[in-house]
Design a protein around this ligand. Structure first.
Ligand code: FEO
Ligand code: CA
Length: 676
């Protein structure tokens, strides 16, 4: 499908769905190297045909506990779940639900004033100036850093990934379907002001309830409309980073499509720039209606990054988003941005050393010798898993860590069929990354990270979303889905063709050292309904009908080191009958691969965050785009949502208010650690 066909597909109800469908168009030229030979190399075809795969391959790929087929008789639980709560029942309706014994309170909603001077939210009279002082749209990553070692006061850092104009603005409808005829510069500037991020101080009262401290000097918005940022690292200043507004190639306004993220050990906030290609525009199209890149010297690079995709009309009013006028501006997006939330005057920094791609997240940990390690997925079909290892070690003095994200080595993963993972360095002059192959410098390797990773032979994955490392040398990789994988493209690490429901890979780095350049991998779960044999799901057999999930996306560890997974099924929730939610997923012992539902979203929302405080007593969750995804499947509603007619008006349920993306705070009734 091309751009226009996707926009006009009646099954696609909103921009998020259109984005996902558009990203179905693979740009990776290396796909023919992942033929089914890979899996056959490990499990000889004759063994597969004899059905031996079920035992030998599953045992090595899934570990011993999670290999029982869904039809197997359920045995009595052999060990109690490490997550102590009574499982919530699956379903889908207009509001959110939490397991018994817990409160899930609304903490921050789109439009809430976050500074002392901010005007009250007036949804019928929105302005860019007001939105710049109000909580942004589509909250995704949530990070928390305590102030003064306090457990009752801290800074919440929240990404605002994108906007849904059809439920934000009265009378407008979906703009990408109608060539943005209704969009004005004022509306576009509101959209830009609703993107980016928010830092707010929050505090916990004597009853254990959290609230916004609106008068705090820490509170700030970061937006693509006006926040100045510095570009640093090997690509800073390169000619491909230079524009008319910034001949130095070292200064840029704003950040785009900030999806997941991370906090550093020294308390700074990392914002990952994901689908930046969607914000760039062209007036120049070829005979097929595709962008005409014939005058662009870096057309190969632009095609590999799906540029320009034109999902927003910002380029009609802001020249820097029009590649006909500023061909280099897209090179200044797709990076990891570091923000110091403790210094509200600080300029965020885009760190080019961590590579340029659709960064889903950037969760950090330490190597055995104290260097910083960052795990990062490139959320595109058939793209790659990365990690970054700093050259220097993390210091107890925060200011001494300023160069750790500027000087280090970026690696991309190759998942071999023998169960090992090789981390391949993206270093200029190493292997194929030479001038003869089009990489003239480390700056070019980083600006064209995807092309460099192609050259290294990394493994094309089923959309790597969040990746979460744990201090013991383990990391979990959320692979959300990839319905475009053909049977001949199945490999050991992405074993299902037409992978509708996704899977999770566990990596154990060599010597339990996150800086290792090799390790082993296994599949923790293959998602989807275990009762439908054709889906080929793998869960611990103790998992209930409410407990299995589809499309793992964001994830986090709690204070006990236990894994929690948030889901984003998009419009595919009609295939599971469940809203997106938060699941407790066992990684250890006899219950490895066992999942339990803890929280579920209102219809049409995806669940982001999650973020636990260090004391384990508070969990922050982000409900993104409530009322939008797949509402044509909601019985009794069965149509696409608009501002005037949404599938839900969560969380206000005010007839004058559309649904509002919101951060939810979960605490245990009566106090105490969650799920203990
Ligand atoms: Fe913004 Fe890959 O989810
Ligand atoms: Ca995500």
């Amino acid at each position: 499908m091309n751009h226009k066909q996707i926009i006009n597909d009646p099954k696609i109800g909103n921009k998020a769905e259109a984005y996902e469908a558009f990203d179905d168009i693979p740009t990776n030229p290396n796909l023919n190297r992942t033929l089914g030979d890979v899996i056959n190399a490990r499990y000889a075809r004759r063994d597969m045909l004899r059905g031996i795969l079920g035992v030998s391959a599953s045992a090595s790929l899934f570990g011993s506990a999670a290999l029982i087929a869904p039809s197997a008789t359920k045995a009595a639980p052999r060990a109690p779940s490490r997550y102590r709560f009574d499982e919530l029942t699956q379903g889908s309706d207009q509001t959110h639900h939490i397991a018994d014994g817990y409160d899930a309170d609304i903490l921050l909603r789109w439009g809430d004033p976050i500074t002392a001077q901010a005007p009250a939210f007036d949804v019928m009279n929105q302005t860019p100036a007001a939105q710049l002082q109000q909580f942004g749209y589509n909250n995704d990553y949530v990070g928390f850093t305590p102030l003064d070692q306090s457990t009752t006061r801290g800074l919440l850092c929240v990404n605002h990934e994108y906007t849904n104009e059809e439920v934000m603005f009265p009378g407008l409808g979906r703009q990408d379907k109608q060539d943005f005829k209704g969009m004005t510069k004022a509306l576009i500037d509101i959209e830009m002001a609703a993107h980016g991020g928010t830092v707010v101080e929050i505090a916990r009262n004597s009853l254990g309830k959290w609230h916004l401290v609106r008068s705090s000097a820490y509170n700030r918005r970061i937006t693509p409309l006006e926040t100045e940022m510095t570009i640093d690292g090997p690509a800073a200043g390169h000619s491909r980073m230079q524009t008319h507004a910034d001949p130095s190639g070292t200064a840029v306004i704003g950040t785009l499509n900030n999806c997941a993220g991370g906090m550093t050990p020294w308390g700074t906030w990392l914002m990952a720039e994901e689908n930046f290609h969607g914000y760039f525009w062209t007036n120049t199209r070829d005979f097929d209606g595709k962008p005409d890149l014939s005058t662009h010297a870096d057309a190969i690079s632009k095609r590999r990054y799906n540029l320009p995709s034109g999902w927003y009309a910002w380029g009609k009013y802001h020249d820097r988003f029009n590649i006909d006028k500023e061909p280099n501006e897209p090179n200044r997006f797709g990076w990891v941005v570091e923000v110091d939330p403790r210094d509200p005057q600080s300029k965020p920094v885009k760190h080019t050393a961590l590579g340029r791609f659709s960064h889903e997240g950037c969760e950090t940990t330490l190597s055995r010798d104290g260097r910083l390690v960052v795990y990062m997925g490139d959320d595109n079909r058939f793209d790659y898993q990365y990690k970054y290892v700093s050259t220097g070690k993390v210091d107890a003095t925060p200011s001494a860590n300023a160069s750790l994200l500027s000087d280090g080595t970026l690696y991309v993963a190759r998942f071999d069929a023998d169960g090992t993972v090789q981390w391949l360095p993206l270093v200029h002059g190493t292997g194929p990354l030479t001038s003869e192959n089009g990489f003239a410098s480390q700056a070019e390797v980083l600006i064209d990270t995807r092309l460099a990773a192609d050259a290294l032979g990394a493994t094309p994955m089923d959309r790597p979303e969040d990746a979460q490392p744990r201090g013991d040398g383990t990391a979990y990789i959320m692979l959300t889905n990839n319905t475009r994988r053909k049977p001949t493209q199945a490999d050991a690490a992405n074993p299902r063709s037409k992978n509708t429901f996704g899977h999770i890979i566990e990596i154990k780095e060599a010597d339990a050292d996150h800086a290792a350049t090799t390790g082993t991998w296994s599949i923790l779960v293959k998602c989807g309904d275990p009762a439908i044999a054709e889906i080929g799901a793998h869960w611990n057999p103790e998992t209930s009908d409410s407990g299995w999930f589809a499309s793992p996306d964001n994830c986090a560890f709690d204070a006990e080191g236990r894994l929690w997974v948030a889901t984003d099924q998009g419009r595919k929730w009609d295939k599971t009958g469940k809203s997106d939610g938060l699941y407790a997923l066992e990684t250890e012992g006899e219950l490895r691969g066992h999942s339990k539902l803890f929280f579920r979203c209102p219809v049409g929302g995806e669940l982001c965050g999650p973020c636990f405080t260090e004391d384990g007593e508070t969990l922050f969750l982000a409900v993104q785009h409530p009322g939008t995804d797949g509402t044509t499947s909601l019985k009794g509603f069965a149509r696409a949502s608009t501002f005037e007619d949404p599938a839900t008006r969560w969380p206000d349920f005010d007839p004058a208010m559309p649904p509002r993306p919101s951060v939810v705070v979960v605490t245990k009734r009566g106090g105490g650690k969650i799920a203990t």
